[in-house]
Ligand binder design. Sequence first.
Ligand code: ATP
Length: 367
Amino acid sequence: MAKIRLEHVYKRYGSKVTAVKDFNLETEDGEFVVFVGPSGCGKTTTLRMIAGLEEISDGKIYIGERLVNDVPPKDRDIAMVFQNYALYPHMNVYDNMAFGLRLRKVPKNDIDQRVKEAARILKIEHLLQRKPRELSGGQRQRVAMGRAIVREPKVFLMDEPLSNLDAKLRVEMRAEIAKLTRRLGVTTVYVTHDQVEAMTLGHRIVVMKDGEIMQVDTPLNLYDFPANKFVAGFIGSPSMNFIRAKVEGAGDAVYLTGPSFRVRTNPHLAAPLKAYSGKEVWLGIRPEHLGLKGWTAIPEAENIIKGTIEVVEPLGADSEIHVDVGGTVITAKVDGHAPVRPGDTVELLVDTGRTHTFDVDTEKSIG
Ligand code: ATP
């Protein structure tokens, strides 16, 4: 096991593109860290720099206590799992898993033992003689994992390893990866653009945008205390709603108001919002923190948003309704049995203790 440390790491392509800017991170031993962010934000580039497949333009990368800036990939004691699995088509599963060990001149008996142990853990013992083309997507994915495991590396690096699988298999393999990495206790960095995957797998998540880290924290802290509007909108599904609102009142009774709502703020926001009195802020409310009047446990108080339903998406237990609130469409997750139809006028109750506010200029969280 080893910690990974990145200090002021940059990646520039020519003079115009800075793909990664001032990236700083230290993992724990055995930690599972997920890099997440929209396409092009620099996740893969950062992972490849840790792997040594991409030169760094500036900064330092340590694996364990060793500075690895100039250490070639094969000597970094890492194993990578890629999106396309990169299996050798002409070799059977056993040979695919054994290949890297043979190159390293690991004794034959040792190889045999490690391959069989990995196959047992991954439940692919019965597939060892098959060629990759004779395997399903999920089985190929397991083989790719197996090839990484047999190396007994200090660090696993995984780049969207589930993105070629269908939705159901992805969920299954996600659980497998979580179980496996917990069991092996190897420090893992995992890249994905899927925030659900990030939330379910990561001990900590690094949210990136335009080559920069937006926030590093545990899944729950990112959800409860997003540092800025970007993280707030990226983490959570469906996404947080953002409505422009004016700050009114003073003392501990501060209200956020708009054309069709007047919401009393989260009590702990009253003090930090004082400086915004009379000004506009972004009010952030997650769809699950809105309820339909008469169909929710959220207490009815000074916290109602009125609007007109545009779309109803029934999902069984819940329905997602899209509601026009004075020109802004917001999403609410409501009881699936509530009789709602497009065109209905509705009153949504706000769980004010769970609301967020953001500065309109800096987009940073207020409070
Ligand atoms: P995705 O989820 O789409 O894979 P990503 O977050 O992994 O995206 P990167 O592949 O790391 O993003 O790319 C980061 C940025 O660097 C992008 O803007 C990309 O266009 C740019 N980039 C990557 N490789 C090069 C290159 N060889 N030359 C110039 N720019 C590059």
